[in-house]
Design a protein around this ligand. Structure first.
Ligand code: HEM
Length: 373
């Protein structure tokens, strides 16, 4: 109620300021008395002269188009009364972005369920040997779980911002939903920093193992053996599929982080104008002069679309790292995997590991150990 009263009072004031801002002048006091209406019209003035030489319909048309008036407030953006791109942004966010995003996530879940039903769990063909080999040390697992747990919090709180009003609000009511979303937003803003630290750590720790090599082409040409039982292309520490996940996490994670910072510190960065100007060098025809508000709107859409794509990719990753593949979770759980698992999925890595540790006897803190130790 208070808000609408304030808006009711402010609107005419800002409209008046805007009218002045377009070079319209208020008539001199008593002006109508000395200049007849006919004379005024000959000079280009509009009858009534309340807004100088600009007719009020022209003025409101310009306001509707988002023309900025002059204001003396420190925030110059208050000079724009109607920012039509705001409507477009809202329509895109609540329309195509939300709809395609829901189809994407739903589609991935259905595809994973279908894959599970058709292919079943990928088993260790020869069964477990009982001998374990260290796959990820404590630092690697810390970096992974820092990235993973923060991403899960970011994903859930982000999805709530986009879809919560449709699914959760009807269940728990408006008041509880608003409190939940507010706390979710705080969590989203703060946990983002843990995610940024996580992706820097995994980049530093794993970049060497994720440089493409000749085994990747073999792995890709055989579909990773995912679709046919008994086929296990050779691989070093990470296979081509994992490298794709790794680089997607790093690149998408970096762009998500930067766009997130742009949203967290509004109007501080202008990522799109420069990017569009650069793309225009290659024949694109994108608007490179954007207002700070348009920059924010594009940044929000970019952040949302990227996060939906990344959630879809990570859903597939979580599936294959847990339910989808026997023995895989242990790699990140305890840090040790069964030797038969390692030979089946990462034969070259297993071979190299055996060679560096002299066939299994592990020096302190190193590679292989017996399961019953
Ligand atoms: C509950 C969720 C998750 C589970 C169960 C899980 C499981 C795993 C496992 C088992 C591995 C090692 C695979 C191997 O031994 O070769 C792995 C690796 C990895 N995980 Fe996760 N993960 C989860 C969430 C995430 C999330 C949210 C991210 C990123 C945002 C992530 C990023 C990675 C990356 C980059 C690797 C290395 C490359 C790869 O194996 O694909 N993980 N994860």
């Amino acid at each position: 109620m208070k808000g609408s009263i304030r808006r009711f009072v402010c609107l005419p004031i800002v409209a008046g300021v805007l009218a002045l801002g377009w070079g319209g002048q208020l008539p001199p006091a008593g002006g109508n008395a000395v200049v007849s209406q006919a004379q005024a019209q000959e000079q280009g003035a509009v009858p009534g002269e309340s807004v100088g030489k600009t007719s009020s319909s022209d003025m409101w048309r310009a306001v509707r188009r988002g023309a900025p008036g002059s204001v003396s407030l420190p925030d110059r953006q208050t000079g724009v009364l109607i920012q039509s791109e705001g409507d477009n942004w809202r329509a895109l966010r609540n329309g195509p972005m939300s709809n395609y995003g829901a189809w994407l996530l739903g589609g991935v879940l259905i595809a994973l369920a279908a894959f599970f039903l058709l292919r079943g769990r990928i088993r260790v063909d020869e069964g477990f040997s009982g001998r374990l080999v260290e796959r990820f040390n404590n630092v690697e697992r810390f970096a992974h779980w820092l990235t993973a747990s923060s991403f899960i919090v970011l994903g859930l709180t982000g999805l709530n911002m986009l879809y919560g009003r449709y699914f959760i609000k009807p269940l728990i009511g408006g008041e509880a939903f608003s409190a939940m979303t507010l706390w979710g937003k705080y969590a989203h803003d703060f946990v983002a920093f843990a995610f940024m630290v996580g992706i820097v750590l995994i980049l530093v720790i794993w970049v060497r193992d994720n440089i493409p090599n000749r085994y990747d082409w073999i792995w890709l040409s055989k579909g990773g053996g995912l679709f046919s039982k008994g086929v296990h292309p050779p691989s070093r520490k990470f296979n081509a599929g994992q490298k794709i996940i790794f680089w997607l996490v790093i690149l998408t994670g970096a762009s998500l982080s930067f766009s997130g910072l742009c949203l967290l510190y509004p109007f501080t960065f202008s990522p799109f104008g420069g990017t569009f100007a650069f793309l225009n060098l290659f024949g694109f025809d994108l608007p490179s002069t954007l207002t700070p508000m348009q920059e924010m709107q594009l940044t929000q859409l970019w952040h949302g679309i990227l996060s939906l794509v990344m959630i879809a990719v990570i859903l597939a990753h979580i599936y294959i790292g847990s339910l989808g593949m026997e023995g895989a979770y242990d790699a990140m759980g305890s840090g040790y995997v069964d030797e038969n698992w390692a030979r089946q999925h990462h034969s070259v890595w297993m071979q190299e590991t055996k060679e560096t540790t002299g066939g299994g006897a592990s020096p302190a803190g190193a590679v292989a150990r017996k399961q019953d130790d």
